[in-house]
Design a protein around this ligand. Structure first.
Ligand SMILES: C[S@@+](CC[C@H](N)C(=O)[O-])C[C@H]1O[C@@H](n2cnc3c(N)ncnc32)[C@H](O)[C@@H]1O
Length: 237
C-alpha cells in the first residue's frame, strides 16, 4: 500500500475515525449500494468486452467494487482512498482475486499523480459531492484527460431536486433517513446527520449532466435513480 497523504477534514473524519458506521450503512443497504452496483456490473458487462483496468476513486473498503469486477474482464484495479482503515479492508476484499490490485492512501482529486497508465474505467461512489461546483468541473476535466480512448467514467452521487437549496436538501435527506435508514444507533445517526448537514454539496441531475458535457464528454447521461430519489448514477463517455 502506498502512503501519500494524511489530510483530514470534516468530510473525511467520519470515515477515518469510524469505518464501522459506514459498514453498517452498506450492510443495511441504506444508500442502495446493492442496486447501484448491480447497474455498474451490468454496464461493465455490456460495454467492456476486452480486458480492462479499473480506477476506483474514494474506494472505501471496495466491498462492492471487488464483487462487481469478479467475473468481469478486469485485469487491473487501483483503489485510492484517504482512510488507511478502509484500504486495509479493501485489500482483504481482493485477496485471492486474479485481478492485479494496488491501493493508494491519498486525496482522490490528486489521482493523476499516481497513474502509470490510462484507466479504461473510472468509478467514484458517493464522494464527488464534497467538492464545490468549480472543483467538480476541474476534477471531471482531469478524468477526461487521463481516461483511455473509448473509456468509461461513472459517478454514484446524491442529487439536489430542481430549485432545492442545501438546507432543503438536508430536510429531504433527514426525512428519507427517518423513513428508510436502518441499523444505526442514536449516536451514530447524529454523527452521520452532522456529516451530511455540514459537508454534502450535491448537484441537480441536469447539473451533473452539464458538468460532464462541460468537461468534454460527448455522452453524458443518468443511468440509475435509487428507490429513495436521493442517489443517481451518471455515465460519461
Ligand atoms: C461514502 S464513502 C464511499 C465508499 C465507496 N466508494 C462506496 O461506494 O461505498 C466515501 C469514501 O471516501 C473517502 N474519502 C473522503 N474524502 C476523501 C478524499 N479527499 N480523498 C480520498 N478519499 C476520500 C472516505 O475515506 C470513504 O472511504
Amino acid at each position: 500500500m502506498t502512503k501519500q497523504s494524511n489530510s483530514e477534514d470534516l468530510s473525511t473524519k467520519i470515515f477515518i475515525k469510524n469505518w464501522s458506521i459506514y459498514r453498517k450503512i452498506i450492510e443495511n443497504n441504506n444508500m442502495s449500494h446493492k442496486e447501484g452496483y448491480s447497474v455498474l456490473k451490468q454496464i461493465i458487462s455490456d460495454e467492456m468486452q476486452n480486458p480492462f483496468s479499473f480506477l476506483d476513486l474514494a474506494c472505501g473498503d471496495a466491498y462492492y467494487s471487488s464483487r462487481v469486477l469478479n467475473g468481469s474482464k478486469a485485469i487491473k484495479y487501483v483503489g485510492i482512498d484517504i482512510s488507511d482503515q478502509a484500504l486495509s479492508f479493501a485489500k482483504d476484499n481482493f485477496k485471492g482475486s486474479q485481478i492485479s490490485a494496488d491501493f493508494i492512501e491519498a486525496d482522490f482529486v490528486k489521482f493523476p499523480e499516481f497513474l502509470d497508465s490510462e484507466p479504461d474505467v473510472i468509478w467514484v461512489g458517493f464522494s464527488v459531492h464534497h467538492l464545490d461546483s468549480s472543483q467538480k468541473l476541474e476534477f471531471m476535466k482531469d478524468i477526461r484527460e487521463v481516461l483511455a480512448h473509448g473509456g468509461l467514467f461513472m459517478l454514484y452521487e446524491p442529487i439536489l431536486i430542481d430549485g432545492e437549496d442545501l438546507k432543503q436538501y438536508y430536510v429531504r435527506f433527514k426525512n428519507t433517513f427517518d423513513k428508510y435508514w436502518k441499523g444505526l444507533d442514536s449516536e451514530e445517526s447524529e454523527y452521520l446527520l452532522e456529516h451530511v448537514r455540514e459537508t454534502e454539496k450535491p448537484e441537480t441531475t441536469q447539473d451533473w449532466i452539464a458538468l460532464g458535457k462541460e468537461a468534454g464528454f460527448g455522452n453524458s447521461e443518468k443511468v440509475f435513480s435509487d428507490r429513495t430519489g436521493l442517489y443517481e448514477i451518471f455515465k460519461y463517455k
